[in-house]
Design a protein around this ligand. Structure first.
Ligand code: SF4
Length: 681
């Protein structure tokens, strides 16, 4: 059937009474943008392959929606994954997925741009394509099928999804998406000469675009990856290494957020105050792939808050950043918000603050007179030793001191985030989580008695591509269960709440994160066996994944848990986030020595970013003046030069260092000051 918007609306009126949360599928929300379909030169469906309530909270998609719809010749509309009950109804009626704005079927758009922030969404991509009648495999698509483009953090290693995607995008898409649209429109207006291959050839020339079908992987006799290189016939357009794209200056923030009719996961506006992070936590993919740090000017943030409050009526706003305490105008921002909006009901959340008194004072100012939510600590490991391994050196004493301040100022709950499974972790490190949780609860009781609460949330390390832990083994399931049982036993007491994640769901994230092209067969087979909505525990089908691996003759643990030799080619070696592999190796080796590196705003460790993006940096300095809002230290003539070493061992702390060596840097890491004091005669 030819599914026109009218026919889709008609079918929808019959289907909606039969599904949960019908408001997910009706559109028409405040600030959603409806344009004339026939007048648009380019029509893009922006898809988030999970349910509406999650997709509406995705800032990346909101940014693209805003940028694209600012162009008069572009129409961008939203699509989310229909929940399982809706999918059953759609299959019964042969109803395709449709956009919320104009209710056009997915297959009628020029481009389907899919946001993939995590790997558990892969099977939902196949569901969307299949429901839309678009062939699953790029090679089987006709010239008039939409271009299937994917971006987001999971596309740092897109190899397991390679046959399903026409093109992937690495990095920040705010500028590139316009280039991609224009390239597609020109090809189409020229009569689609050369077919889809010609379109992909043109796209491959755009920086940040990766065309998986233009590359081939080779494997050695053991089945391990030997190389991934451009195929000879595409070597003229496909670079040997595809570099991520960044924006020199962050574009203006979204202010006119779409206001949903139903509760969403984050029912609030969000303004990104800073992109990137200089702290260098070794498990953290975001901290590596979003380098360099770029700050948004505080005046721009404050003006955006004013506009957002007027345009949406939201009563809550979140200032997004990987490390809010490092935003250089944090005090001015908090003062400015309190001054302008303090009397109104606007509540502000400032996530990812460092564990210190300054953060408590900031939060107190922001929450003055309002109901206090929990205060969050994210030490990620509970022993000083293990926090050195992961390069998050917060002294336990400092955490306990901060807990005193939190409870004494009226908060009743402290939430603490940890991970188990870090390299070199032992049962003693797991026990340290229990002990620290109990110590914090004890402090709470000293201040507010039985009202004190502690939430301990413990996830499992999934070694991620493009992090120093990308070679590390993942802990085996039996040990993870043993460690989780230990925590359950030790933290069973009033006032304590423990949450743990399911080891098998984590294993799935692990094999997809570091998988190679052979996993495409596994993904497709698992999907045909019923795997979908893999991030939802009640939908997760472990059996389907096990069977898919068995049928493909592949070993799940070989992908999920194996320690990779440093010299083994990695599936994402031909894709770069600008951070050199040598830097990652040095960081991994230093982690095994428990060596700590401090904030690279003060001291560049030559990760490769400045060199790679020197033109963008210059552009930012020209546009914004000064350092352009970039976090990397200023080098060059006239600027004070920081010592840089390609192998930055002298800049790291290690127990073998003499007190004299440590003394140069110790003041930056409080726990090292203590160690130095202990070791000095
Ligand atoms: S180039 Fe230097 S300062 Fe910039 S992110 Fe890399 S290590 Fe940090």
């Amino acid at each position: 059937m030819n599914w026109t918007p009218e026919r889709i609306s008609d079918a929808l009126s019959r289907v909606l009474p039969r599904v949960t949360q019908p408001a997910r599928y009706i559109g028409g929300e405040w600030n959603s943008i409806r344009k004339d379909w026939d007048q648009a030169r380019s029509r893009v469906a922006l898809a988030f392959p999970d349910i509406y309530e999650l997709g509406m909270s995705n800032l990346g998609l909101a940014i693209l929606y805003d940028i694209l719809n600012r162009r008069s010749d572009v129409l961008a509309e939203r699509v989310y994954a229909p929940w399982v009950d809706m999918q059953a109804e759609m299959r019964r009626l042969d109803l395709p997925p449709f956009s919320l704005e104009s209710r056009h079927a997915l297959s009628q758009f020029d481009i389907l741009a899919i946001s993939l922030p995590y790997e558990q969404l892969y099977t939902n991509v196949l569901s969307l394509l299949d429901l839309a009648g678009i062939p699953l495999h790029s090679s089987a698509r006709r010239v008039d099928h939409p271009l299937i483009l994917a971006g987001g953090s999971a596309m740092i290693n897109p190899e397991p999804m390679w046959p399903f995607l026409d093109a992937c995008f690495l990095g920040e898409g705010e500028e590139a998406i316009i280039e991609i649209l224009d390239c597609h429109a020109q090809w189409r207006d020229e009569g689609r000469v050369g077919g889809r291959v010609e379109l992909l050839r043109r796209l491959a020339r755009i920086e940040g675009v990766y065309i998986p079908s233009f590359y081939e992987s080779r494997y050695d006799a053991s089945g391990a990856l030997a190389s991934t290189q451009p195929r000879a016939e595409f070597a003229d357009v496909a670079p040997a290494e595809v570099m991520k794209r960044i924006v020199a200056v962050m574009p203006p923030p979204v202010t006119d957020f779409i206001v949903p009719y139903i509760d969403t996961v984050h029912n609030r506006a969000a303004i990104e105050i800073q992109r990137g992070c200089t702290r260098g936590c070794r498990f953290c993919q975001a901290g590596m792939i979003f380098r360099p740090v770029r700050e948004r000017p505080v005046d721009e943030v404050l003006a955006a808050v004013d506009r957002m409050a007027a345009a949406t009526g939201f009563e809550e706003i979140s200032f997004l950043s990987l490390s809010s305490s490092d935003y250089s105008s944090i005090q001015a921002l908090v003062d400015g918000v309190v001054e302008r909006h303090g009397a109104k009901k606007l509540s502000i959340s400032l996530p990812s603050l460092r564990i210190e008194s300054f953060s408590v004072a900031l939060m107190e100012k922001l929450e003055k007179g309002r109901r206090r939510s929990g205060f969050t600590f994210a030490p990620e490991a509970a022993s000083d030793r293990l926090r050195d391994v992961i390069n998050k050196p917060i002294a336990t004493d400092l955490m306990l001191q901060t807990a005193h301040e939190v409870y004494s100022r009226g908060w009743t709950t402290i939430k603490m985030y940890f991970m188990i499974g870090h390299p070199t972790q032992t049962l003693a490190d797991v026990e340290a989580i229990a002990r620290l949780g109990q110590q914090v609860l004890q402090i709470g009781r000293q201040h507010i008695g039985g009202k004190a609460k502690v939430h301990v949330s413990v996830s499992t390390l999934v070694p991620k591509p493009q992090t120093p832990f990308q070679w590390a083994r993942m802990e085996d399931e039996a040990t993870l269960r043993q460690h989780q049982d230990h925590l359950r036993t030790r933290l069973r007491q009033p006032g304590m709440h423990l949450s743990l994640n399911a080891p098998r769901e984590t294993a799935m994230e692990a094999f997809l994160s570091r998988g190679d092209r052979k996993l495409a067969e596994v993904i497709e087979r698992a999907w045909r066996l019923g795997a979908r909505f893999d991030a939802w525990s009640e939908q997760f089908k472990w059996d389907a994944w096990q069977q898919a691996f068995a049928e493909a003759g592949l070993d799940m643990d070989w992908y999920a848990r194996r320690q990779r030799p440093l010299e083994e080619p990695l599936p994402w070696d031909h894709l770069s986030v600008g951070v050199k592999k040598d830097f990652m190796i040095a960081e991994y080796l230093h982690s095994l020595q428990g060596a700590v590196v401090d904030d690279c705003r003060d001291h560049c460790f030559s990760c490769g970013i400045i060199t790679q993006f020197k033109d963008e940096r210059r552009q930012a300095q020209t546009e914004l003046g000064g350092d352009g809002g970039w976090g990397c230290p200023t080098f060059g003539r006239g600027a004070e030069r920081q010592p840089v070493s390609p192998v930055p061992v002298p800049l790291y702390f290690s127990d073998e260092m003499s007190p004299g060596q440590m003394g140069q840097f110790a003041e930056r890491v409080p726990q090292r000051q203590r160690m130095l004091a202990l070791r000095e005669p």
